[in-house]
Design a protein around this ligand. Structure first.
Ligand code: DON
Length: 432
């Protein structure tokens, strides 16, 4: 049978292939000679499976796509306060290489524009690292996101550093505000090496999937950065990742993303997927023309916009019925799917606001796939309130989706594997 997802991806590539508009990055001579016809797309799922079409194993330099990952490393290594003191989180609405700083503090507006990213590079690793050690910290960190050891393309580095006048101007301005404390030229050198790390589209999809997977690389299982850091990074990618096209991107595509001038583009959809595309011709914002079209297509075809409202919450209570009759009647709330705050609120409405007349009440979690922490606490509070109201409460939880089911003061639940065991609790061996 033909593979469904790669077939779909190949079809999407063929739809955008005829678009030859845009230009390769001319300001880095090595990039200006890249093959402009290269085109690839990869999806990395959170179990490590990668689907791809086109040139997904061709190497190119990561460029600005390194920025969110270096930001994650700096936040992890130095803590939020020290990084936020030097780099803001406000969208700039300006080009990526704009020479602009916050007027009062001298801070760069965000870590995705060059001013912020150059500062962030200086904050990766311990303060006392030498320049080579800092580059190694970044290379090691980017490699952990990718799940394989990456390397620097020395010729792209040499080509860019020779023409890095604008980044040097930015760095000197940062130095004059004491945002950079070390030598401006050395920091630009390290930042340029960071931009020259070689990756493939497959690598980038895996790096994005690590962000989508709460900081855990799907292949190695390594927790590369803490979850709190991932939340910060994805938020900044969402608002600032596409520079002065960020608003259009947020509304049209709606996936936290980052582009690079070598033609790479990544998107990380939390809890679902890491996506990467590669096509070297750029639009005036410095974003890959065919990459942007592919992302628009993927987002709309696959319903990936983060603001798309999930239907799940309303459907959490699959049925509310009674089993048996008389004093042994059991009220069963059959729940389903993944339960978060809004889903648990439905259960509160059904079980507490609308208290059952039956003494015995079961929350049937047989069809529940996951219960997040707030929903767990709410379900246990439902159980506690019902106990205090004189009910016998059963949790039908054969897969233990509610860990540590202890409802707290005055509450009591009996955990069983089937509704039948709750309906006939006197049968031996029913309660766990
Ligand atoms: O700082 C620079 O100019 C480059 N090394 C990186 C710029 C980049 O990739 C901008 N993104 N689209």
């Amino acid at each position: 049978m033909r593979p469904i997802i790669p077939d779909y991806m190949t079809e999407a590539l063929e739809k955008v292939r005829p678009d030859t508009s845009g230009e390769r990055a001319g300001y880095i001579p090595e990039l200006a000679t890249a093959d402009p016809e290269r085109l690839g797309a990869a999806f990395a799922m959170l179990d490590g499976k990668v689907y791809g079409a086109g040139d997904i194993d061709t190497e190119f330099t990561i460029q600005s796509i390194s920025k969110p990952f270096a930001y994650a490393l700096a936040l992890t290594d130095r803590g939020f306060d020290s990084v936020l003191a030097k780099v803001g989180v406000e969208p700039s609405g300006e080009a990526f290489n704009e020479i602009s700083l916050e007027s009062t503090t001298g801070r760069p507006l965000n870590p995705m524009i060059n001013a912020g990213a150059i500062t962030v590079h200086s904050l990766a690793g311990a303060q006392d690292l030498d320049p080579a050690g800092r580059v190694e910290r970044v290379l090691h960190g980017l490699s952990a996101f990718a799940g394989r050891r990456l390397r620097i393309d020395e010729s792209v580095y040499a080509s860019e550093i020779e023409h890095a006048h604008r980044n040097l101007a930015i760095a000197h301005m940062l130095r004059s505000h004491d945002i950079l404390t070390g030598d401006a030229k050395t920091v630009v050198d390290g930042y340029t090496r960071q931009c020259s790390v070689l990756v493939t589209t497959r690598d980038l999809a895996m790096m994005a999937a690590t962000l989508a997977n709460r900081g855990v690389n799907p292949l190695s299982g390594e927790q590369v950065v803490p979850e709190t850091v991932v939340r910060q990074v994805l938020s900044v990618m969402f608002s600032c990742g596409m520079y002065d096209a960020a608003g259009d991107w947020a509304t049209q595509v709606g996936i936290p993303a980052k582009s690079g001038v070598a033609g790479g583009l990544i998107g990380a959809l939390p809890g679902q997927i890491g996506i990467a595309t590669f096509s070297p011709r750029l639009d005036p914002h410095g974003n890959s023309v065919r990459g942007v079209s592919l992302f628009e297509r993927f987002s709309s075809d696959m319903g990936l916009h983060v603001m798309e409202v999930p239907a799940a919450a309303l459907a959490v209570v699959r049925s509310n019925h009674v089993v048996g009759s008389g004093p042994n009647a059991l009220r069963v709330l059959e729940l389903q799917g993944g339960i978060g705050f809004a889903g648990a609120e439905r259960v509160v409405k059904e079980a507490v606001d609308n208290e059952p007349s039956e003494v015995r009440v079961a929350l049937d979690l047989t069809r529940v796939s996951s219960v997040d922490d707030v929903a767990r606490r709410m379900l246990l509070e439902v159980a506690r309130r019902l106990t205090l109201g004189g009910h016998d409460v059963f949790l039908v939880d054969p897969e233990s989706v509610v860990p540590d089911p202890e409802p707290g003061d005055g509450g009591r639940v009996t955990v069983v594997d089937t509704v039948d065991q709750a309906a006939n609790p006197t049968r031996s061996g029913s309660a766990r």
